[in-house]
Design a protein around this ligand. Structure first.
Ligand code: C5P
Length: 291
């Protein structure tokens, strides 16, 4: 019986996201605070001498060469020269195109899993370089820290190693948004200058939820709200329900509400489920397990 490797691919939230400016290469310069959360996809890897193949539990997700998991496998094959293959299965639990980094996490987890399966022994900087080529949000999922500051495209990372566990209600409207389109429409030059990510990081180190709530903000929210006004209604709903703060993650449409504890999060989630029947509502917390 072949040995099967199984790994979790957690989602992320952006507690804070500031667009600093537009770069000559078309990307935007960011300052962001990432948090990994316990909503996770699961990838299983099985040896196959012939080729890399992917199956998934998601009914409409492409499992072809355009899937980031296959792209990750191809990048690792090219970088290491291995001719080995794998049968990969993706159990999809993170909503797609929702601002939660699901595809990016799958790609990072594929790099980690295949490097282990193929015994290609890539160094951490090598994996990081491959990850950054696959997408701006892929490298964070190689870190074993629960929080990180991201700069540049989001790939220049400063891990924040704290034991803080945050509890959130996550609400994802059933409206996929294109990251490319939201960035293109972001009028960040008009948005108020936000406090820097150091406020959020200071709050994480202190475990001060009130201070952390003050640091929540996302420069991509106005553009996302123009496409999906429900984002703003959910933010208001979460605050009215008693969350300390509420913000959009990534390029949306997922919205998170910061809660005092698990118990409050569960109560707020029940209320959100009644109020926003079209959305995906989950209680999530900081994901601390090293990959
Ligand atoms: O890096 P990734 O391929 O995930 O980015 C998807 C798209 O999002 C990019 O093509 C770009 O249009 C936009 N983007 C950006 N600035 C970033 C990250 C992404 O403009 N820092």
């Amino acid at each position: 019986v072949a040995h099967i490797l199984s790994l979790l691919a957690p989602a992320k939230l952006n507690l804070y996201l500031r667009v600093v400016g537009k770069r000559p290469d078309g990307y935007h310069e960011l300052e962001t605070v990432f948090e990994r959360i316990d909503l996770a996809d699961e990838l299983t890897f099985d040896d196959d001498p012939r080729d890399v193949t992917l199956t998934s539990s998601h009914p409409s997700l492409s499992c072809g060469e355009d899937n980031l998991v296959i792209k990750a496998a191809r990048a690792l094959q090219r970088a290491t020269g291995t001719t080995r293959g794998a049968r990969i299965h993706l159990e999809k639990r993170i909503p797609v195109a929702a601002g939660l980094g699901g595809g990016s996490s799958d790609a990072a987890t594929a790099l980690i899993g295949l490097d282990r399966l193929w015994k290609t022994h890539c160094s951490t900087p090598q994996l990081h370089a491959l990850a950054a080529q696959l997408g701006s949000d892929v490298p964070i999922f190689l870190l074993d820290a629960p929080f990180a500051i991201g700069r540049g495209r989001g790939e220049l990372l400063e891990p924040v190693k704290v034991t803080t566990v945050l509890h959130h209600v996550l609400v994802t409207p059933n409206v996929p948004l294109s990251t490319k389109e939201i960035f293109a429409e972001a009028d960040f030059s008009l948005t108020a200058v936000r406090p820097s990510s150091t406020i959020a990081v200071h709050a994480l180190r202190n475990g001060s939820l009130g201070e952390l709530a003050q640091g929540i903000g996302n420069d991509l929210a106005p553009a996302a709200i123009r496409r999906c006004p429900l984002i703003q209604e959910i933010q208001r709903g979460l605050l009215d329900a008693g969350c300390l703060g509420a913000g959009m993650s990534g390029s949306g449409p997922s919205v998170f509400g910061l809660c005092h504890d698990r118990q409050q999060a569960e109560a707020v989630a029940r209320q959100m489920q009644r109020q926003f029947t079209a959305g995906f509502v989950r209680v999530v917390r900081t994901f601390h397990n090293p990959l």
